[in-house]
Ligand binder design. Sequence first.
Ligand code: AMP
Length: 504
Amino acid sequence: MNLAEWLVRTAKREADRPALLSGETVVASYREFADHAARIGAVLRARHKVEPGDRVAIFMKNSPSYLELLYGIWFCGAVAVPINAKLHAREAAFILADSQSRVVFVAGEGELSPLLPPGCALHDLDRQPAFEPGGETLAAPVARRGDDLAWLFYTSGTTGKPKGVMLSNANLHAMTYAYFVDVDDVLEEDAAVYAAPLSHGAGLYNFMHVLRGARHVVPASGGFDAAELCALAPRLGNVTMFAAPTMIHRLLATARQTGYAGEGLRTIVYGGGPMYLADIEAATEQFGARFVQIYGQGESPMTLTALPRGDIVDRTHPRWRERLASVGRAQSCVSIRVVGPDGADRPAGEIGEIIAAGSPVMQGYWNNSDATAQTLRDGWLWTGDMGSLDEDGYLTLRDRSKDVIISGGTNIYPREVEEALLTHPGVAEVSVIGRPSAEWGEEVVAVVVPAGPQAPTEAELDAHCRSQIAGFKRPKAYVFEAELPKNNYGKVLKTELRARFAAP
Ligand code: AMP
């Protein structure tokens, strides 16, 4: 079933309810939201010759029209390719070429137009509206099957090249139903506030709010601003949102200064990176029973485990602390196991790789059968995360088998940063690691072996990174060393470097 049918049904039932808001200002009712999506679908088909199954990308910051574009893409049966707006134009161009997108929606051309791959049209909303009010429209969403693709979710690979996670309509249906069962109910009075990027987890959480006819709100700042949110939530009421742990950390700091105690906030779902125990304890003291944790990854979107509201505020269970430090139990539509490299289950309490199977698990990686075969084995998704299950089924994440750095809820792949730095003539060797940061969860540190007696300056290396990769991936600190610690095979011992920089 086409996801756009959910919007059409809600628009019939709740035509005049407010659907899309910019801050407190309503910009579209459900009737208008569905009408605009149908017209965008018609433009894609008539002007851009988009056929069902073709890919259409969005490379834009959060805005209310982002959701109209997503549903417009689905209306005409195409596959959405939301691209993180913080990526460098070169990185976005790679994704457009890899996904063979027919069209990319942008708001302002930026540096992308000279880099566009052949066959990909640029639709700049600053110059050309997404649709003409009197123009053509589509009568109904194009029929789609459960296993047809709906969303190509680009995640960076450890090789440094992003991989397109293929999510079908049925994957996203399963994720949505599991939310109602395992995470939270959604009420029609709710306001889903998109403070995190719509291209990722926050955007995936739009479906449940469309089904219930709730409000979708993009804050006026377009992103996360703790002071803005504290002021907006009481005025909107019934706010629900997805937040990276970093955002909760900042919200807490602001709330403590102003005395804000969560008025107007109904639910904050957090996940996407590690939450420190001290932070969630302090956050529940300040805001009360307003939190639910999820653990997921693009490959099983938002849907591996959940730690419900009750577990987060419980201080009576003998092991409440361990539970609070865990990521909860398997969501209802997935099986979770912790296994050794041979695939045999590890006993309770022992660490192994987390594997998962179930209806939200991806169809594979787009055009990348090697990576698919490595990650999906006998119907099980190998997550690359290490963890342990307790007797009651609570999963605790221990470490990542890959060396991904999660800074502010966003994954940064060290190899990509290393490759960028290694193109600087003053750098002989480099190893990039994450070190704990109270604000970001982790922050990027580059350990550099200079090529000559005169080491390049930090400013030079920073400028070099700026020309190569997205700003948020740039190291926050550089350390210059005469050599890197290595094992007998010459492989850099990142664990040793991490331990050295983790020490206060
Ligand atoms: P992504 O595919 O970009 O969503 O990143 C997924 C990765 O983020 C997972 O494989 C985990 O390593 C990490 N992650 C997701 N949720 C949590 C969580 N609740 N706690 C700790 N790490 C998490």
